[in-house]
Design a protein around this ligand. Structure first.
Ligand code: FES
Length: 146
C-alpha cells in the first residue's frame, strides 16, 4: 500500500489535502488518498437472530451494527453529542436514535438528521456477509506527516 520509505513517516488518522502539497512522491500521495480498509470484527450472523442492534468492540469508540430490512448498517457507537452508546438506542424512520437525547443519525450515512447542526455526523463503517459471519470494515484515509 505505501512504499517502504514512506512508512518511516508518521501515520495519522486525518483527512485533508495537506499531503499533496507537502509530499514529493506523487504515488505515495495517490495511495494515501485511496486509503484502505481495516477489518474491525467478524460478527456471527446468529447474533442478529435475537436482536437487531449489536455493539462491536473497537476502541476507543466502538461500532454499532444495525440489522434492517435493507441490510446491515454500521456506525461509530459513541454518540458525537455526548458519548452515549448508540447501541442502547432504537431505530426510527431509517435513523438510529440516541438513547440519551434522542438525536437521530441516518443509518446509511451517519448524518445527523435532527436536531440539525448540534453535533457532527457519526462515522460509518462498511459491512458484508461472508458465510456465517458479518464482516465489519473501517475505511480510512492515511495522511503522512513528514
Ligand atoms: S448523547 Fe447522544 S444525543 Fe446526546
Amino acid at each position: 500500500m505505501l512504499a517502504g520509505s514512506s512508512i518511516e513517516k508518521a501515520l495519522v488518522w486525518l483527512a485533508g489535502d495537506r499531503l499533496r502539497s507537502s509530499h514529493p512522491d506523487e504515488s505515495v500521495v495517490r495511495d494515501a488518498e485511496r486509503g484502505g480498509v481495516k477489518l474491525v470484527a467478524k460478527v456471527p450472523l446468529a447474533e442478529f437472530e435475537q436482536q437487531d442492534i449489536v455493539r462491536v468492540s473497537y476502541p476507543p469508540y466502538d461500532v454499532v451494527v444495525v440489522k434492517t430490512e435493507s441490510g446491515f448498517h454500521a456506525l461509530e457507537d459513541a454518540c458525537n453529542h455526548a458519548g452515549a452508546s448508540l447501541s442502547e438506542g432504537w431505530v426510527e424512520d431509517g435513523c438510529l436514535m440516541c438513547p440519551v437525547h434522542a438525536y437521530a443519525f441516518k443509518l446509511e450515512t451517519g448524518a445527523l438528521v435532527r436536531p440539525k447542526g448540534l453535533c457532527a455526523d457519526q462515522r460509518t463503517f462498511q459491512t458484508r456477509t461472508e458465510g456465517p459471519n458479518l464482516l465489519v470494515y473501517d475505511p480510512f484515509k492515511l495522511v503522512l506527516i513528514g
